[in-house]
Design a protein around this ligand. Sequence first.
Ligand code: JFZ
Length: 481
Amino acid sequence: MKRIAFIYLLITFLSFGMGLNAQSHKPEKRVSVNLEHGAHRLGKRTDKYMQTWRNYGLGQFIHWGVYAIPGGHWDGKYYPGAAEWIRSWKGMPKDAYDNLYKQFNPKKFDAKSWAEQAADMGARYVIITTKHHDGFCLWPSEYTDYTVEKSPYKKDIIGQLVEAYDAEGIDVYLYFSIIDWNHPGYRSSLKSEEDREGYEAFKKFTRNQLVELLTRYPSTKGLWFDGTWDPAWKEQAEFADALGEELREMVPGLIIGSRFRPDENGNRHFDTNGDLIGDYEQGWERKMPNTIEDTNGNDWDCVMTIPENQWGYHSDWRGHVKTSNELIEMLVKAVSLDGNFVLNFGPDGQGNIRPEETELAAEIGDWMAINSEAVYGCGHLAWEKEDWGYYTVNRKTGKTYMVVFNTPVSGALRVKTPKKNRLEKAYLLEKPETELNIEKIHRDEYFIYHKPDASVNKPFVIVIETSGAGTDDGNYQKAKT
Ligand code: JFZ
C-alpha cells in the first residue's frame, strides 16, 4: 500500500511539474504572499452563470465605431495597422479623426439582421464594443458629448443591439476600453501631480460610465475589458477592485475576465502569486493554447480575427484571410481544451456586415447546424491526442465525439481509450444508423475505419461509445473533466 501511495505521489508531483513547464500564460515562479487585491478565488467559478458561459462554445465579437468610416485609409493612403487604431497613426490628423463622428450615420444598420446572422452562425454570446480606445460611445452617455447621440445618427446603438441579441437568445457582453483618447484626464502613465489630478477625474468618469451601462442594459451578462496595460491603470489596484465589486453587486453572476484589474504590484491576468485574477483567462488573443496544461485549469476564451490583425472595419484586407474550415478547427480545438471561441466581425461605416464575413458566418452556420452537438456544452476529454483532430465530450451526458479534420489515407482513425475502457461503437453524427467498423489493434488501441467520399470538404463528427469505464473510477473521472 505504502509503495502505491508513494508512486501516486511521485506521478502527481511529476505531472504538476510538467504542467508548470508548459505554462506560457502564468509566471513560472510560485510564491505566496498576502495580497489584498490579488485573486479573490482559487479555481473555477462553479455557479450557474459561469456554467452557462462555459457551455457557450461559440461567440461573436463586434468592433464598431467611427474608425469604420476611414476603414484603414486616410487621404488616399493605406494604414497597415489594425483599422480601429488609425487615430494613433502619424498619417492621421487627430482633429480630423475626432470630427469623424459628425459623419457617423449608418443608414444600413439593422440590429435585428446582425443578431439573426449571429444566431444562424451558432453564436451563443456576443461581445460588443461600447467604447474603444478612441473614446467614442455607441450609447448616449450622460458623462461625455462624444457619443452617438451627437452624431447625425443620434439613436442608441447599444440599446438596439442588446434588444436584438436578447431576442435571439444570445447573451450580451459589453466590451469597454479603459484607454480613452478623448477624455481630458486620461493618461497612459502618470508623470506629474497634474496628471494624477486629471486621472482622478478620469477614474470617476470610468466608474460612472460602467454603472451607467449596467443600469441601462441590465440584461448584460458580463464585461469584457481592454486597454488595461497602461502603467497608469496598473497603479489602480484598490480602485479597480472596489469598482469590480460594485459592478458585481449590480448584476447577479456578472462575468469579468482577467483583463480588468491589476493586483497591488501591478501584475495583470495573474497576480503576484500566479493565481488568476477574474473569472476566466482573457489573454488568448489571436492565439490559442495547445494543451490542457497551457490553460492551467482555468476557464478561458480565445478572441480571433478573420484576417491577420483587423478588428474594426478595414476596407482592404491584405494577407491571409482565414477560411471557414480553419475557423471551425479553432472553435473545436478551443472547446476540446475547455475554452470558448469568439469570432470577430467589423461592420462598415454604413452598418453593413462585409460580404466576406457574411459568407464565413453562413459556412460556419451550415456546419454547426449538423455538428453543434459536439460543441455546445462540451469540453475536454483527457484521452491521448490523435492526429485526425479533437475529442470533445458533453459535460452533462458524457457523450463523446471525435471531430475529424485530417483523414488518414488509410482511412484508419486511431483511438486509444483509457485503461479498461472498451471502444464498443462508432457512428457518424450525421448518419447515426450507419455503424463504422472498429478493429482492436492492441490493448486499449483501436482503429475506426472511415474514409469520407471525395466530395466531403468539411470536418465531420463521429460519436463513440465505450463500456467498462465504471470499472476504473480514476480514469472515468479523468475522462469526464
Ligand atoms: C486590443 C485592442 O487594442 C484591439 O484594438 C482590439 O480591440 C483587441 C480585441 O484588443 O488589442 C490587444 C489586446 C491584447 C493583446 C493584443 C492586442 N494581447 O494580450 O496580446
